[in-house]
Design a protein around this ligand. Sequence first.
Ligand SMILES: [Zn+2]
Length: 69
Amino acid sequence: MTDGDPRSSDPVATGDSVVSEAAESGDRLIFPPCPRCGERVITVTSRGPRDHVAGPCGCQLTRGEVKRL
Ligand SMILES: [Zn+2]
């Protein structure tokens, strides 16, 4: 019996999502330095339109500084 398994010859199901992953390994691991203290800024927490805090150092940043990161 060979009925009931129409997907067995579908080439899309396997080996498709590996291609474009390699480009992520380099640039995204480089975090920009904090303009206040020079620590690497890994997170920016925004509590309001003028209240941004860099992490993990905790320096306050202006909106213009956040845009440069
Ligand atoms: Zn800082």
